[in-house]
Design a protein around this ligand. Structure first.
Ligand code: GLN
Length: 539
């Protein structure tokens, strides 16, 4: 295969930023003038991330071609500034599904189909076909989970075989070095152990990335080098940083890119990260604080990190803030408090703007609508995303159009005013319980109405944003709602689906049926987030 592979594995513990390491190396190599792409391997049986709860597994990142993928693909997109596709998230479920399907079709020539060699064979086929389809010079492959898990062993076996069979592969192992409080000293033993485990499955890493709260000192670098069988200069220090976008620069200082290229026998060009550095400088110098409340049903979910479930929304807020020389202060606001106590709505006064993000089901929605109504009346800048738009339409129908009890049929099937209703093609899907991968998914075009806020922000007549929903604004109510002043500022090209709404006499009351957060980049904020932050700064 022409594509060179850079495989990133993880040890010691999960959640230490393997995705950021992968994305950072990807960007460094891209800036050397290569076509770089990335694959995330997820060892779970789910065919895709779409059937998993974001509060447990993290955000479901939607690709342009309608893939419901792991949140790491979002990180790759933001760092690489490339649109990725659903074939770039490989799961155990997909691999087994294909193998079993082939077996049923007699494609194995009467052989006994076995875990070895047939599963690694299918993994290699998928990696090859993805690299070829993307015509990549380099492909980053991040292996989910940690070394020593039962689940990812067959993926590692496939990658080991690829190197043996002559593919150009470099292995980067990311591990965590804890600094226990009682010792105050950085410990390398867990890292050593995880590299041993990797060795035992036939893989010797070429580089070790040492994640820790502090930079690696020389003594530990030498120790890791000796025990993990890499040269000291192949041990990279990756301490915690304030902004993830600093990581590529941190790596560049340690010349990781030039060392990786050297492993492939390739030359390195100096000074390709100056634009990125300017961007990071701009991020660091942002001054004015913007306080944004994200309204959700958070107390349902225990201690899970909300950061992960709304990662693209959070990043989009940051990108838009930095673009406007502002720094974000993001606060989680539990919508249920507004259901119990309407007076608590006045808490929203402290925000420069609020966002109601996507969601499903009935929990907390009445509170979200109260918050939207409050923002509408008190002229607090508001951005609604997907469910956020649907709830804004319901709130408007109830309060302004006097359609008492208006609702989405997702929440109340027998509502008198079903202003949000299921898409016709979705009805049968739900009846037959075909939930996986069947929402309205991926990039869809919308035509924007001239002289609207949305048209001004995008600066064009037609846009494409990514979707993930089953319900939509019910066409039967559009005229009535519009007569009362809500503007449908963007529609599907055939005019049937409402994609954007706004209120003209409000500092910023904008919502969309789409998820514009999936296309925001650190150097190019999503237009609707940019509009929100600008309105917040004016306030
Ligand atoms: N629950 C809504 C629907 O399915 C909104 C989905 C979302 O916010 N992603 O249409």
């Amino acid at each position: 295969m022409h594509t060179k592979l850079i495989v990133v594995t993880g040890g010691v513990l999960s959640g230490v930023g393997k995705g950021t390491v992968t994305a950072s190396i990807a960007r460094l190599i891209k800036n050397q003038g290569f076509k770089v792409t990335a694959i995330k391997i997820d060892p779970y049986i789910n065919i895709d991330a779409g059937t998993m709860r974001p509060t447990e597994h993290g955000e479901v990142f939607v690709t342009d071609d309608g893939g419901e993928t792991d949140q790491d693909l979002g990180t790759y997109e933001r760092f690489l500034s490339e649109d990725l596709l659903k074939d770039q998230n490989i799961t155990t479920g997909q691999v087994y599904e294909t193998v079993i399907h082939k077996e049923r079709n007699l494609e194995y020539d009467g052989k006994c189909v076995e875990v070895i060699p047939h599963i690694p064979q299918e993994i290699k086929r998928r990696i090859n076909s993805t690299c070829e389809a993307h015509k990549a010079d380099f492909c980053m492959i991040e292996v989910g989970g940690t070394i020593g898990d039962y689940q990812n062993v067959l993926f590692l076996e496939a990658l080991r075989q690829m190197r043996l069979e002559g593919d150009a592969v470099v292995f980067v192992h990311v591990g965590y070095l804890p600094i226990p409080n009682n010792l105050g000293e950085m410990k390398t033993k867990p890292m050593q152990r995880s590299v041993r485990d990797l060795n035992s499955i036939g893989i010797q890493p070429d580089f070790i990335v040492s994640r820790s709260s502090r930079p690696l000192d020389d003594v530990r670098k030498q120790k890791i080098s000796l025990f993990c069988n890499v040269k000291p200069e192949e041990v990279i220090s990756a301490p915690d940083v304030k902004y993830i976008y600093e990581v590529p620069l941190l790596f560049e200082e340690q010349t990781i890119c030039s060392k990786i290229l050297a492993k492939f026998g390739m030359k390195y060009k100096q000074g390709t990260m100056s634009e990125w550095k300017k961007m990071v400088d701009r991020i660091k110098s942002a001054e004015k604080e913007v306080k944004i409340g994200i309204i959700g049903k958070y107390f349902d979910i225990g201690d899970f990190t909300l950061e992960d479930s709304y990662i693209s929304v959070i990043e989009s807020i940051k990108h838009a803030c930095w673009h406007n020389n502002a720094k974000p202060n993001i606060v989680w606001v539990d919508s249920k408090q507004f259901e119990k106590d309407e007076k608590s709505l006045s808490k929203l006064d402290e925000f420069d703007g609020i966002i109601v993000p996507g969601g499903f089901g009935s929990s907390g929605v009445e509170g979200k609508m109260k918050a939207i109504g409050y923002a509408r009346q008190k002229k607090i800048p508001f951005l609604g995303l997907c469910y956020g738009m649907q709830l804004a339409v319901i709130e408007f129908a109830r309060s302004v159009c006097r359609m008492e009890g208006a609702n989405s049929t997702e929440i109340n099937k027998s509502t008198k005013y079903p202003v949000i209703d299921i898409l016709p093609e979705q009805k049968k899907i739900i009846e037959e319980s075909h939930y996986g991968g069947t929402m309205r998914l991926g990039g869809y075009k919308a035509v924007l109405k001239k002289n609207t806020i949305v048209h001004k922000l995008y600066g064009k007549d037609e846009v494409s944003e990514r979707h993930r929903h089953r319900y939509e604004v019910n066409p039967d109510y559009i005229q009535k709602i519009e007569e009362k002043g809500l503007v449908f500022s963007g529609r599907s090209p055939n005019g049937v689906l409402m994609e954007f709404i706004e209120l003209p006499d409000h500092p910023y009351f904008v919502a969309t049926q789409a998820h514009p957060e999936f296309k925001s980049r650190p150097d190019m904020p999503a237009p609707l987030f940019n509009g929100l932050i600008k309105a917040c700064l004016k306030k």
